[in-house]
Design a protein around this ligand. Structure first.
Ligand code: S3P
Length: 173
């Protein structure tokens, strides 16, 4: 099966933007899990969280991963919590190279200033929430095959580095 590429990492790490660029560079399809869920359900992620709760969203996310991984060789951008679930992680690691787009809490706060689309960050004490969640998820993100820092970098630069590192990995088998 043609190996795919899976982008994991925290909200605001640039998974969707970098993923789209990388898919174009590789000449393969691109799928963004959150958009697939929104399209399937006909509701935004924020609406799903407020109407049905996080557990329901996580079930939809697992289903979206099953559907997305049925088509080999694409670039998949996950939502920030997807890789934290062990069954999802296993499925995504089977699908292809998992790449962690690393980001500091400071960068997340700058990139997502004024953002209203992330229900998990729509809280008082957003900074503490970002730090706590990042810390809680770091051991999951560390299970990725590659990690690329995104702080202070453009999506083009991150995608370019990834392209080089992936082709090196593929050459070296
Ligand atoms: C989430 C991240 C979001 C989205 C949902 C939950 C998370 O995706 O899946 O709001 O648990 O970190 P992005 O990482 O694309 O923002």
């Amino acid at each position: 099966m043609t190996p795919g590429v899976v982008l994991v990492g925290f909200m605001g790490s640039g998974k969707s933007t970098v993923g789209r660029l990388l898919a174009d560079m590789l000449g393969v399809g691109f799928v963004e899990l959150d958009s697939e869920i929104e399209r399937t359900v006909g509701m935004s992620v924020g609406e799903i969280f407020s109407a049905n709760g996080e557990e329901a969203f996580r079930r939809m996310e697992r289903e979206a991963i099953d559907v997305a991984t049925a088509i080999p060789g694409r670039v998949i951008a996950t939502g920030g919590g997807a890789f934290v679930d062990p069954a999802n992680m296993e499925r995504l690691r089977d699908y292809g190279v998992c790449v962690h787009l690393a980001v500091s809490p400071e960068t997340v706060l700058v990139r997502l200033k004024g953002d209203v689309t992330r229900p998990l960050l729509s809280v008082d004490g957003k900074e503490a929430r970002v730090r706590d969640l990042l810390l809680a998820r770091s051991s999951a993100y560390e299970q990725a095959d590659l990690s690329v820092s995104t702080d202070g970098r453009t999506p083009e630069s991150v995608a370019g580095e990834l392209l080089l590192r992936l082709s090196k990995m593929r050459r070296e088998g």
